[in-house]
Design a protein around this ligand. Sequence first.
Ligand code: C2E
Ligand code: MG
Ligand code: MG
Ligand code: MG
Length: 277
Amino acid sequence: KAKENGRNQHLFFDHKMNEEAEQKASIEHELMLAIKDDQLVLYFQPVTNLKCHRITHAEALIRWNHPEKGLIMPNDFIPIAEESGLIIQLGEWVIDAVCNQLKLWQRVTDDLKICLNVSPIQMMHANLDKQLQASMTRCAPPNGSIIIEITENVMIEGPEKIKEKLDAMKEMGLSFLIDDFGTGFSSMRYLKKLPFDGLKIDRGFVANVDADNEKAVLVQAMIEMAHRLNLKVVAEGVEREEELAYLRSLDCDYVQGYLLGRPMPAEQFLALLTSQQ
Ligand code: C2E
Ligand code: MG
Ligand code: MG
Ligand code: MG
């Protein structure tokens, strides 16, 4: 009896694994077509400078506008793109789309900066600087208007390897932020060795920072450390007025979150931006 159960369980798992593998393969295939068919779209979330209380940056966040399934969020397809290698093509699409958007917005705003996310796999890929150079040559964005967000995990590869890449990209006029700071492989030693301009405190630390003493201590320490190292600080995931007020009292430089604006299509972002001018 036990043996039989065991066999059934095996069959069950085999079946389930097959199903999952098939599903993944089909998403992979669809994603490949999506890149070609222009089903990908960038949303933009405002980043507000707390010193002047104005939107100074937009974070570009990808969505997949699937013909049947509707809008698919990045957490549901970026990991598949990373595993399959499609992230390289997808990343190239994002870089190009950001440059195009900057070119369009240049006519209406003069100092908006766009932050874009680059996956660690993309970061280590040999062609990243060539992709960036090609798009930037075509669109000629103002110097310093493109900011690249990378997570701490890229440093696992070893700081020497990544430093070379970042230095070369900095020469091209790009800036860098550490994304989701505090959640990954953090080494304080690399913070200043690598050419970062700032860090984004992960929203896990920001939620209820005004009421949670432990989070308050951590966030205050991060901001103080960053400032002493001459790095700017963006707090992610600000949802409540109390969090905003608390972050301001800690001298945080920038805030981003649903309280100040959700990620939105380009036209809507432009309307928001022009309404503050
Ligand atoms: P991320 O770079 O840390 O982006 C911030 C995420 O937090 C976004 O989710 C944003 O919508 C969400 N968020 C912003 N404010 C709030 C808030 O107040 N509350 C809550 N609960 N969430 C907030 P989204 O757009 O679903 O993106 C998820 C992740 O997918 C991003 O995290 C980034 O790691 C990745 N991603 C997005 N676009 C791209 C891309 O173009 N390329 C790559 N490689 N990764 C991307
Ligand atoms: Mg980001
Ligand atoms: Mg983040
Ligand atoms: Mg993230």
